[in-house]
Design a protein around this ligand. Structure first.
Ligand code: FEO
Length: 407
């Protein structure tokens, strides 16, 4: 039987919930169960970091209130809004009348959508912001797409403790709580968790590791499984190693035809996303290359992205001649997707998608991406009305997400 409150550092306590049932999760059953780790920092401005699963909200608030006056709670930090961590927030805020929710702008939007917390005070934090909680300083790092758009990490500066929520977690009902007390080696469980949850977002894992490289981390206190107080660096190094999946020799081809230049800009953005992910990418405007040359490039490529502007409900230029040749090739084992900027209806993008669907290429579309990665913010085929900076990010992310399939 685990205590409800376990000290992890001075004035810092684990106050989570151990769930040793086989837990349904992302179409899997977690046979070893899990924990929902919440942390209470009893400083001059008491702060809670993340809550527990929605199923245990009432129990969590009741136990928390037994050893602590919830009216004194000043801040509730929400690193990630999925219900296994933010699920107890409504029950908590009901009792913690004076608490301010500390989170990212995107998370605020999601929390208000899920839990109707519009009337509560928020403190929106951005990458690098700090917060004095009276005796400790918290620093925040935005870690988008790890594994959802709104996620962030909280770092307790003086304690050198990282609170990364899902990141660096394991799905084990961790009775012993600390990794140095674990009865068996947790490395394999740690790796499996990474592969399931973080692996599809490994480009963002590398960005996250880059943000953390200059801070000293003695302990990682994630929100599932063991607190990593022994050899935290080894677990960070494992993420580094696993995120550097072998992209050596992986190639992509982006073929496009652009009327006003906007589809060309999208092609450049997709190029940026793919090359950032370590994929050797060639970008070809049909005006500047012969069909035979493009076929040779397609044959060598693991990913083929094809885009066109739309004019009079159709593709422009002679890109269709190129597409017909490409889809008549054996494209097995390759991935592909369509993209394009349009002014009115964007039929060209759908026509390209139809061509790709009729070939034996592995077609990337939104449904496939959601099922494989859980990322619902990447939409393929990529259909962009005109072009702006917002679309730029969507196109870069499309490139990064597509890269995950071939890395
Ligand atoms: Fe543990 Fe993304 O929730």
């Amino acid at each position: 039987m685990m205590n409800n409150k376990i000290e992890i550092a001075e004035k810092s306590f684990w106050v989570g919930k151990l769930d040793d049932r086989p837990v349904p999760f992302h179409r899997l059953i977690l046979e070893k169960g899990t924990t929902y780790n919440s942390y209470l920092l009893e400083t001059e401005k008491p702060t809670l970091i993340d809550t527990v699963d929605i199923a245990f909200g009432g129990e969590f608030v009741k136990k928390l209130s037994e050893g602590f006056d919830l009216n004194l709670l000043k801040y509730v930090v929400i690193n990630h809004v999925e219900p296994d961590h933010a699920g107890a927030l409504p029950a908590l805020m009901n009792k913690a009348k004076n608490a301010v929710i500390v989170t990212t702008e995107k998370a605020k939007e999601l929390l208000n959508g899920m839990f109707k917390l519009h009337n509560r005070e928020y403190l929106i934090v951005k990458d690098g912001d700090t917060l004095d909680i009276g005796g400790k300083t918290l620093k925040f790092f935005e870690t988008p797409y790890l594994h959802t758009e709104e996620t962030m990490i909280t770092y307790s500066v003086e304690d050198k403790i990282l609170y990364p929520c899902d990141i660096f977690s394991t799905h084990i009902a961790a009775y012993e709580l600390f990794n140095d007390l674990a009865k068996e080696d947790i490395t394999q469980d740690f790796k499996v968790y990474y592969q399931l949850i973080m692996g599809p977002h490994r480009t963002y894992v590398r960005e996250m590791l880059d943000k953390l490289k200059d801070i000293e981390i003695n302990t990682i206190a994630p929100s599932h499984g063991f607190i990593l107080r022994d050899n935290a660096k080894m677990f960070i190094d494992l993420y580094e190693e696993m995120s550097l999946k072998d992209t050596y020799g992986k190639k992509a081809l982006i073929l496009f035809s652009s009327m006003t230049g906007n589809t060309g800009k999208l092609a450049n953005d997709i190029y940026e996303g793919l090359t950032d992910s370590g994929i050797e990418t060639r970008i070809v405007n049909v005006k500047s290359s012969s069909i035979d040359t493009v076929k040779e490039m397609a044959a060598e490529s693991d990913m083929i992205a094809i885009g066109s502007s739309t004019r009079y409900g159709d593709m422009i230029g002679n890109i269709e001649d190129y597409i017909k040749e490409i889809v008549s090739m054996d494209l097995s084992g390759k991935y592909g997707f369509a993209f394009g900027s349009y002014g009115w209806s964007g039929e060209a993008i759908e026509i390209i998608n139809d061509y790709l669907r009729q070939s034996n290429i592995e077609l990337l579309d939104s449904a496939r991406i959601i099922k494989a990665t859980g990322a619902n913010e990447v939409s393929l085929p990529l259909r962009i009305s005109f072009y702006s900076d917002n679309e730029k990010m969507a196109a870069i992310n499309a490139g990064k997400t597509a890269a995950e399939f071939i890395a």
